[in-house]
Ligand binder design. Structure first.
Ligand code: FAD
Length: 446
C-alpha cells in the first residue's frame, strides 16, 4: 500500500481522498489549522449565529457532485432561488445591472444605451485585456461606472491589467433588446449563471464535508514548513517529520514552492508574481431578520469599504436564532496591490458605519454579535503576470512529481465543486507518477 499524503483538508484535499478511496487507499491528510475544511469551514458564535468563511453556496450543475454533497448531508439541504442585487450611489438595481437599468438616473441610462449602440456599430477590435472586453461588451460608460469600478474593489487592480481567461459565464453580455427591456421595465427577467443554489439545513456549509471526513487519516495542527523532494520527507512546525510515496498538495503555490528544498530562484520569482486577494470578513448578528431581500449584494462605490455583503440567516434557519438576522461583509486587500495592515477587528466599525449609510442597519438595531477574520488567500487575481508565472511554477512541481490541486494549487477561479474535482484529478496524477516510478505492479496491488 503506497504511503499517500494529502496536504490540506479543504474541498480539494477531500476530493483527492475520495479518488484514492476507489483504489483502497486511505491518505494521511495534514492541515495547519486546528479544524478541517479549509475555506469551507463554518463557525458558530453566541447567541447562535453561524458564519461560513465567506458566503458559501453550492450552485454546481454537475449532478455527480450534487449527489455527493446531498448524500454527505443525508439529503438535508435547502434549495433556494437566488436573489442578487447591487448598490450604486444610493440606488439598488437588480443583478446583473446591465439588464436592470430601470430606476437609475435618466442621463446615466441614456448615456449607457447610446454608448452600447455606438460600440456595436464599431468594427471588431482585438481584445487584449479585460478592459477591452468590457468596453466591447457594454460600451465605455457602463464599463467605467460598473464593472471597472467593481474590478478595482474586488480584484484590486485595473481591468487593463487583467486577462479574460477567467470570465466563462460569469459576466453576462446582453443584446441591445435585453438592455432596452431592462431600462424600460422594472420587471425584466433575471438572467444569471446561478439561478438556484443548495445549502445544508444544519451546521453551515461545512456540513457538506461530513461523509468525506472518514476518507482520510486527518492530522490537524500540522503546519508544513519544508519538503525534501529527493528523500520524500515532510517537516512540520511542531517538529514532526513524515515520509511519502505520493504527495498531493492543496497548499497555496507561493507558500508551497518556498517550502521545497532547493527551489531555483526563477521559480521563486515566478511564485512571487502570482497575485491573490486577501479578505477581511466582518460578521454581524442583529435582532431582526428583515435586513435585505437579496442573498448577496455587490457594492461599487469606492467610499463604501466592503465589496460584497452576504446574509447567512437567509440560507438556512439554523444560521441564526429565530427572528434574528446576520450580515457578512467582505473587505478586500492584496499583498501585491493593496497590502493589508493592522487587525481584522479594525474593520468592524467602518463596516457598521457603511451599513448604516446605505440603510441596511438602522439606528435602533441591536448588534448581538460582531467579529472579524482575516483570510490570507481569497480570490486568485487574473492579472497579466499570471499565465507565464503559473506555467513556471506548475512545470517545476510536475518535474518533482508533486501533484497540486484546488483553488490555490491550480491557482484558478474555482468553486467548491471544481476544487473537489481538481483534488480527484490530482490523486489520479499522483498515482500515475507513482506507477511511472515503481512499475505497474505496485499500483495494481494498491
Ligand atoms: C470569499 C469566498 C467566497 C466563496 N464562495 C463560494 C461559493 O459561494 N460557492 C462555492 O462553491 N465556492 C466558493 N468559494 C470558493 C471555495 O471556497 C473554494 O473553491 C474551495 O473552498 C477551495 O478549496 P481548497 O481545498 O482548494 O482550498 P482550501 O479550502 O484553502 O484548503 C487548503 C487547505 O490547506 C491548508 N494549508 C495551507 N497551508 C498549509 C501548510 N503550510 N501546512 C498544512 N496545511 C496547510 C489550509 O489550512 C486549508 O485547510 C469562495 C471562496 C471565497 C474566498
Amino acid at each position: 500500500m503506497p504511503n499517500a499524503v494529502v496536504l490540506g483538508t479543504g474541498m480539494a484535499g477531500f476530493g483527492a481522498a475520495h479518488r484514492l478511496r476507489d483504489e483502497g487507499i486511505t491518505p494521511v491528510m495534514y492541515d495547519k489549522n486546528a479544524y478541517y475544511g479549509g475555506h469551507t469551514m463554518s463557525f458558530r458564535y453566541d447567541p447562535g449565529f453561524v458564519f461560513d468563511i465567506g458566503p458559501h453556496i453550492s450552485f454546481t450543475k454537475d449532478e455527480r457532485i450534487q449527489d455527493l454533497f446531498a448524500d454527505s448531508v443525508d439529503q438535508l439541504y435547502e434549495t433556494i432561488q437566488i436573489n442578487l442585487n447591487n448598490y450604486w450611489r444610493g440606488y439598488w438595481p437588480q443583478h446583473p445591472v446591465q439588464l436592470h437599468l430601470n430606476g437609475l438616473p435618466e442621463d446615466v441610462v441614456v448615456k449607457v444605451i447610446a454608448d452600447f449602440v455606438d460600440e456595436r456599430q464599431k468594427p471588431e477590435r482585438p481584445i487584449t485585456n479585460y478592459d477591452d472586453w468590457l468596453v466591447a461588451s457594454f460600451g465605455s460608460t457602463f464599463a467605467e461606472l460598473f464593472p471597472k469600478q467593481y474590478t478595482r474593489k474586488y480584484h484590486l487592480t485595473s481591468a487593463e491589467n487583467m486577462s479574460t481567461d477567467w470570465l466563462g459565464p460569469r459576466i453576462y453580455r446582453p443584446s441591445l433588446e435585453e438592455v432596452l427591456r431592462g431600462a424600460i421595465s422594472a420587471s425584466s427577467p433575471n438572467i444569471h449563471y446561478i439561478t438556484h443554489f443548495r445549502y445544508p439545513k444544519q451546521g453551515g456549509f461545512v456540513s457538506y464535508l461530513q461523509k468525506f471526513v472518514p476518507l482520510g487519516d486527518i492530522r490537524l495542527k500540522h503546519e508544513l514548513v519544508s519538503i525534501d523532494p529527493r528523500s520524500r520527507v515532510l517537516s512540520f512546525s511542531n517538529g514532526l517529520q513524515a515520509g511519502y510515496d505520493m504527495l498531493i498538495s492543496s497548499v497555496p503555490l507561493p507558500d508551497l514552492v518556498r517550502m521545497i528544498d532547493g527551489t531555483p530562484r526563477d521559480v521563486l520569482e515566478a511564485a512571487g508574481r502570482l497575485a491573490c486577494s486577501s479578505c477581511v470578513l466582518v460578521n454581524i448578528g442583529i435582532d431582526r431578520a428583515d435586513i435585505s431581500k437579496a442573498h448577496m449584494s455587490y457594492f461599487y462605490d469606492e467610499d463604501i469599504c466592503f465589496t460584497r455583503l452576504g446574509f447567512p440567516h437567509m440560507l438556512s434557519d439554523s444560521n441564526a436564532p429565530s427572528g434574528m438576522g446576520s450580515i457578512q461583509a467582505e473587505v478586500y486587500f492584496s499583498d501585491k496591490y493593496r497590502p493589508f495592515s493592522g487587525q481584522p477587528s479594525d474593520w468592524i466599525e467602518p463596516v457598521i458605519n457603511d451599513l448604516r449609510r446605505c440603510g441596511l442597519l438602522r439606528d435602533r438595531d441591536r448588534i448581538l454579535c460582531s467579529n472579524a477574520m482575516y483570510l490570507r488567500y481569497a480570490n486568485i487575481i487574473f492579472d497579466l503576470d499570471r499565465a507565464a508565472a503559473l506555467a513556471t511554477v506548475h512545470g517545476y512541481l510536475d518535474d518533482l512529481g508533486i501533484a497540486y490541486c484546488g483553488r490555490y494549487g491550480d491557482w484558478g477561479y474555482m468553486w467548491t465543486d471544481e476544487s473537489f474535482k481538481s483534488g480527484e484529478a490530482a490523486a489520479a496524477t499522483a498515482m500515475e507518477n507513482l506507477a511511472a516510478r515503481s512499475g505497474p505492479r505496485r499500483v495494481q496491488s494498491a
